[in-house]
Design a protein around this ligand. Structure first.
Ligand code: HEM
Length: 384
């Protein structure tokens, strides 16, 4: 014990002769001691869980890079090697794949929490705007990572995704060529997606996350008081960040890690067949988080659809500047909450319609064929 104490004293003195340790300690103590508003609950751990999952993606992603090879000849084989031969490769790959899905779910919950508690209002507009950019970057992470295993689904899923980008008025054809590095998904596309996935996006996301967290720590978490009347929390009712809230975060991190490990073991990631540019599989669908947008585009002619589909993300980005009501409590913001909840419900319904479209499904013993628009029709099989 005294050896440890002596070592700590030595390191502190050594650093103190080289760095302003008193200032650093004062800063850390100030951050740790920051009081949180009394309404802070388990719902406020969604943001730190997103951070935890980002850490998981970075660590497992670096480990996967050891064996992964970004060429059409070796990509599939290298992922197969990771899944079947590399020590704990299947586990690391599972953590990365499930981690990406869970991160998007967690971000959606985090956005829903900050929206319902109106934490985006003045002075936190920039925190929200950076958050929306972060969400876009995380979805792009998923989109670029999807191609890397070079399977049939990833090859054709990417073909559909880049076609959607290509149909954007004016800039579309250029964007499509830039993404593909040619006219179709090829080795060029794979190396572009790889660079974006392992170099560009990690820096963008780490930088934006750092700004997001610094803003949040500087302004403190939002209280439920109206804009301009926020009372800085003090007194007995406040929750200290350290150790109370940090302990809560440690509990959710541990539970989450256990859930993730269980999912990796019980629901392992299948690899599927290797990409074959000459064989188009039936009814290829993009990943679930792109599905609502993809389905939405089906209901409009191409040009109009893309013009209409840029409006909802823009409204979300500009929400803090559009919603001028100073109130934060949900019951005092009926219009905003109604519109928001309806938008969330519509997104879920579009996702469901996208999932079932062009599939036949049995519901309560009856067979239905879902058409291109996700509308069910009694299939002839049911009539028999
Ligand atoms: C990688 C992505 C993200 C990470 C790691 C992250 C992390 C965090 C953390 C740790 C907090 C404080 C605790 C909490 O409120 O849960 C926070 C607060 C906040 N985040 Fe995020 N966030 C991310 C994305 C987003 C997105 C997509 C949005 C909205 C579109 C957003 C909006 C906000 C707002 C408005 C606050 C302030 C909350 C308040 O004052 O009560 N964040 N974020």
């Amino acid at each position: 014990m005294s050896v440890t104490r002596n070592l700590v004293t030595f390191v502190r003195r050594w650093l103190g002769e080289r760095l302003p340790m008193d200032d650093i300690e004062h800063f850390v103590a100030k951050q740790a001691g920051k009081p949180l508003p009394p309404h802070v609950s388990w719902f406020h751990t969604f943001g730190s869980l997103s951070l935890f999952l980002l850490g998981n993606q970075i660590v497992t992603g670096i480990l996967l890079m050891v064996y992964y090879r970004p060429t059409p000849e070796r990509a599939y084989e290298s992922v197969h090697f990771i899944s079947t031969k590399a020590a704990f490769g299947w586990f690391i790959r599972g953590l990365h794949a499930w981690g990406s899905t869970l991160m998007i779910i967690m971000l959606l919950l985090h956005v829903a929490r900050t929206f319902l508690m109106a934490a985006y209002k003045k002075p936190r507009e920039l925190t929200w705007v950076i958050g929306v950019l972060l969400f876009g970057a995380v979805v792009t992470f998923g989109f670029t990572g999807y191609l890397l295993p070079w399977t049939q689904v990833s090859y054709w899923g990417t073909t559909i995704g880049t076609e959607v980008a290509g149909s954007v008025p004016l800039v579309g054809p250029f964007a499509k060529r830039l993404l593909l590095g040619g006219d179709a998904v090829s080795g060029e596309t794979l190396s572009r997606f790889y660079v974006v996935h392992v170099i560009v996006l990690p820096w963008v996301v780490v930088f934006l996350t750092a700004v997001h967290i610094v803003l949040m720590r500087t302004q403190g978490l939002a209280t439920m008081d109206p804009v301009g009347k926020e009372v800085i929390p003090e007194g007995k009712s406040v929750i200290p960040f350290w150790p109370h809230h940090v302990l809560k975060e440690m509990v959710v991190f541990s539970v989450f890690l256990a859930i993730m490990a269980t999912m990796v073991i019980l629901l392992p990631q299948e690899l599927g067949a290797k990409a074959d540019p000459l064989v188009t599989p039936a009814a290829i669908k993009p990943e679930w988080y792109i599905l609502p947008g993809y389905q939405f585009l089906k209901y409009f002619p191409k040009m109009l659809g893309l013009a209409v589909s840029t409006i909802p993300p823009l409204l979300v980005l500009l929400l803090p500047f559009l919603d001028r009501n100073p109130e934060r409590r949900a019951r005092k913001r009926p219009v905003c909450i109604t519109v928001g909840v309806m938008a969330m419900a519509a997104t879920v319904l579009l996702g469901i319609a996208g999932h079932f479209s062009e599939r036949s499904v049995r519901i309560f013993g009856r067979a239905y064929q879902f058409d291109h628009f996700g509308i069910p029709h009694r299939s002839p099989e049911a009539a028999r």
